[in-house]
Design a protein around this ligand. Sequence first.
Ligand code: SF4
Length: 240
Amino acid sequence: MIEQKNGVFPAVCPLDCPDTCGLLLHKEDGKIIKVTGNPEHPVTQGAICNKVRNMTERIYHNERILYPLKRTGAKGSGEFTRISWEGAVQEITGRYRELIAEYGSESILPYSFYGNMGILSVDGMDRRFFNALGASRLDQAICNSAGSSGWKYTMGFKGGTSPEDTEFADLIIVWGGNLMSTNMHQVVYAEKARKRGAKVVVIDVHKNRTAQWADWFIPLYPGTDTALALGVMHVLFRDG
Ligand code: SF4
């Protein structure tokens, strides 16, 4: 058994969220008793969301799944039996082996994405594993790939804007994003820009919290984004 020290330990949020907030784990008697934001993190600066602030409730919840379970009844019936870790690995690799022997390794289609967005774990072991296995290739995510491709075609590289640069913008357009609920650190930078006189425009199908906070809310019908984008482009080119 590894000795668990008491104290406050720096960590990084393990959830599937690009902000990867710096955390401080407060430990007593081998248990995490509190999770707070790390004020020394340059971007997240100690601000974390409620999901993770209350994470100890989930970590120590009596219904948390701690062991592999095998479904023994019909799907949805909720019937499971606990199996060993070795048994779970055998189940999965055994099925892989059968598929590869019968249909070839391309019969396996990995459908994984980030899980944790830390620089060490992102795009990591799952890719290597499935490449080594010779599995079929998929562009991994259905949510991210369209945006990345659009960015690449427009800007010439696959990337994004630096969150810190938001502070220096004069016009911030939030198109189909609810920053207030899902991107709280960006709001802090946008608010700094606003204090300098920047304007925030929100384009969305409903007046969410971000739209209420914006200087200008532009509502549109679902599916009409392209028409608006083409219209904006037309004016930009026409007026130089
Ligand atoms: S915003 Fe919440 S979920 Fe996202 S990285 Fe920070 S603490 Fe984790």
